[in-house]
Design a protein around this ligand. Structure first.
Ligand code: CA
Length: 220
């Protein structure tokens, strides 16, 4: 398998997966089906999923939020790590990819833990705030349109409890963030977002170079 973690050689990546990946068979099937899609690269890496599951367990999370469902791998890996009463609220606008997601959530027996909101995520986040769910989430994962990252982040910061964690995906953007010759809007948006978090004293920060770069922001 070609490395999904930046800067890791194919040999080392195979070793990493062979000696550490513990992937539920339903997750594995979902990954294989998603690999056939034109947008396959939007799926998170399996070692990243396993890392996020560990974080969710470490937090003792029950209530989690996700912005960007795609074909449901990240929601499923989190749902499987949650206790029976745990929930994932996930946002997307794509009916086709989320139909695949629903099929695998059913198959894994965790569909009742996952609430999919098919609407622009900012609307859903606003509704959650209006319905009094401020500071009620333990964990949030942001992995959607990059130009809205600052907005998703601010809303998530309101929705997550003190001591809760926000994980933000693709912050190294295939390395393009560090290449000055790349100046397209999405790359610039991620650079600006990374700079903003660097100086945000509302969080404890760590940028982890797993997969395409995962920022961890622990709410103070
Ligand atoms: Ca992603």
């Amino acid at each position: 398998m070609s490395p999904k973690s930046l800067g890791v050689s194919p040999q080392l990546y195979d070793y990493l997966l062979n000696t550490s990946l513990r992937e539920n068979p339903v997750l594995q099937q979902l990954r294989q089906e998603t690999a056939q899609l034109p947008a396959a690269r939007m799926q998170i890496a399996p070692e990243q999923g396993q890392f996020m599951a560990l974080l969710v367990q470490l937090l003792g999370a029950r209530k989690t939020l996700e912005i960007g469902t795609f074909t449901g791998y990240s929601a499923l890996v989190v749902a499987l790590a949650l206790p029976p009463e745990g929930t994932v609220v996930t946002c997307d606008i794509d009916e086709t990819t989320t139909a695949i997601a629903r099929r695998y959530w059913q198959q894994a027996g965790v569909a009742d833990k996952i609430q999919l909101h098919l609407a622009p995520a900012l609307d859903t986040l606003e509704q959650l705030l209006e319905s009094g769910q401020e500071e009620s989430f333990d964990f949030a994962f942001i992995d959607a349109d990059k130009r809205n990252y600052p907005h998703y982040y601010e809303k998530s910061l309101q929705l997550v409890r003190s001591g809760g964690l926000i994980a933000i995906d693709n912050v190294l953007w295939s390395g393009r963030v560090a290449d000055e010759t790349v100046t397209d809007k999405r790359t610039e948006a991620i650079r600006a977002f990374n700079r903003q978090l660097h100086h945000d004293d509302r969080i404890t920060l760590s940028l982890v170079p797993i997969a395409d770069g995962l920022t961890l922001a622990l709410k103070c």
